[in-house]
Design a protein around this ligand. Structure first.
Ligand code: UD1
Length: 506
């Protein structure tokens, strides 16, 4: 471990000597934790990080860095679309995706290093249970979707394929995520195919360029953003692991979308068919201020402009038909070839833009008292996963249906949108639609028929409660043989056992 003298010299070089101001008050254990933290920071990187943070923060409040004037929408002919494509085409893409999956060429990569501050839970978001009848957490739903899509490829191609699941965590989420998976026996997946790795943490910096101390012996650190992925892939030799397994295509996604289609064969097949090295799923933005990034072009190159960085006037611009001009909402579902990821990690990572967030960061004052600031006092720097799009040689966007694919969990109940209630409702509404389409009839608790409702408003609960396990159906397939002309008593939970029972009564 670093000695006190070496740590002192390191911090002096970086202009951060104040980090040791409470040294004489620390216990042996506390001081070694601080030395350990300092040993992770290279003085030249630290100096540059603090300088860049202050500079970026001053630019943040000025209009200079804004890209609004240079933004153009993605031309419609560059967007594939579920809505505008016929059944044959969708089937062709889906078949291509399943073929790639069957040959072990597809993996999924979950970005799960975020802190879930808006949701207000102290544990990783993937462990959240939104209150479905089954009580499943987001992680369990995702694990079961992986199993099911593997099974679909196995049945179609007579193989035993694997979709490895890479999970990027951070110092905040690694321990609890690992424990949760172990305690739940990896939800039936083989542990060797669930690869967790950790992204880096970087210090929060005050407006004076000094690192913030959150305890007398602890620097306020935060994960380096979901664009920290590219460094983490190298740090943890993940690209080598992918190469060893023969993985060529990655579906990268964020943890909180309850409707996420893991390794979606249609999306994978679309991207492979177009020869893309990089792709993004988008949905039509619901309203101008919706907190989603927009996929667009800036100076002819594809890019996402994050919702926190677009001007309201730009977000509100409309086209000739009254539609939003910048309507391609990013749902944080990306496609990358392994070759593209390797190129980015080796050549472009250092060029990724640093985004600035000005935050209230709790700190210890000169007397060592913990202060919870009422005004923002700290600069956090983050890289974004989508900032690699403009290095792509062939980028594609793929528009999907919001009600089938996007319902994120961002806020605690009480907020108007993106809460546990809205996530639960979206999933149950989807499963209700699938059951109706398969020919099921719902009954209430007194065995009276519940009249079917074929169209529902977004904030409307379905008239019957129906949850379908991903182990039974991935995107609504295979339900007719189970549900056609069956009376289903609400609340109806279709898990593997119920599916067996229903088959026997056919
Ligand atoms: C930068 C980014 O992608 N922004 C997208 C993200 O916004 P949003 O602001 O919602 O992004 P979050 O903070 O939820 O992070 C997205 C994902 O990245 C992970 N994460 C975050 C920070 C970090 O250091 N490490 C890490 O792994 C989170 O755990 C989460 O799975 O989702 C929206 C859709 O829901 C999109 O419209 C936004 O364009």
């Amino acid at each position: 471990m670093l000695s006190f003298e070496a740590a002192k010299a390191r911090l002096e070089t970086a202009g951060q000597s104040h980090v040791l101001q409470f040294w004489s008050e620390l216990s042996a254990e506390e001081s070694s934790a601080l030395l350990e933290e300092i040993s992770q920071l290279k003085p030249e990187d630290l100096l540059e990080h603090c300088r860049a943070a202050v500079e970026a923060a001053s630019r943040h409040s000025s209009a200079d860095g804004r890209l609004d004037a240079r933004m153009e929408p993605v031309p419609p002919e560059f967007i594939g679309s579920v809505r505008k494509s016929d059944k044959e085409r969708l089937k062709m893409w889906g078949d291509e995706g399943l073929l790639q999956i069957s040959q072990d060429r597809v993996a999924v990569l979950l970005l799960a290093g975020g802190q879930g501050t808006r949701l207000g839970v102290s544990y990783p978001k993937g462990m959240y249970n939104v209150g479905l009848p089954s009580g499943k957490t987001l992680y369990q739903i995702q694990a079961e979707r992986i199993q099911k899509v593997q099974e679909l490829a196995n049945v179609k191609h007579g193989c035993r394929c694997t979709i490895p699941w890479y999970i990027m965590t951070s110092e905040f989420t690694l321990g609890p995520t690992e424990k949760f998976f172990r305690d739940n026996e990896y939800f039936g997946l083989c542990p060797a195919n669930v690869v967790m790795f950790e992204q880096r943490m970087i210090p929060a910096v005050g407006f004076d360029g000094k690192i913030i101390l959150e305890k007398k012996n602890k620097i306020a650190m935060a994960p380096d953003g979901n664009g920290g992925l590219y460094r983490a892939l190298v740090d943890n030799k993940i690209l080598e692991d992918m190469e060893r397994r023969g993985v060529e295509y990655l579906h990268v996604y964020c943890v909180d979308n309850i409707l996420v289609k893991m390794a979606d064969p249609v999306f994978i097949g679309f991207c492979v068919n177009k020869g893309a090295d990089c792709g993004a799923k988008v949905v039509d933005k619901a309203y101008p201020a919706e907190p989603v990034g927009v996929v667009c072009r800036v100076d002819g190159l594809y890019q996402v402009i994050e919702y926190s960085e677009i001007q309201p006037e730009t977000a509100e611009l409309r086209g000739p038909g009254g539609e939003l001009l910048f309507s391609a909402g990013n749902i944080c579902n990306h496609f990358f070839t392994r070759g593209f990821l390797k190129e980015v990690a080796e050549k472009f990572e250092s060029q990724l833009k640093q985004h600035v967030a000005i935050k209230k960061v709790p700190f210890v004052d000169g007397e060592g008292n913990l202060v919870k600031p009422t005004k923002p006092n700290g600069i956090k720097m983050e890289k974004f996963v989508f900032d690699v799009f403009h290095f792509s040689k062939k980028f594609v966007a793929f528009e999907v249906l919001r009600e089938e694919e996007f319902s994120p969990l961002k806020n605690a109940d009480g907020a108007p949108l993106d809460t546990p209630t809205t996530a639960r409702r979206s999933l149950l509404a989807q499963h209700y639609r699938w059951a109706l389409a398969a020919g099921g009839n719902f009954l209430d608790e007194q065995d009276k028929p519940i009249p079917p409702k074929h169209s529902m408003a977004q904030n409307e609960d379905p008239p019957a409660i129906c949850e379908i396990s991903p182990l039974v159906s991935y995107f609504g397939e295979g339900l007719e043989k189970l549900l056609k002309q069956k009376n289903l008593k609400s609340p109806f939970l279709l898990d593997e056992n119920e599916a067996k029972n229903l088959l026997q009564t056919t």
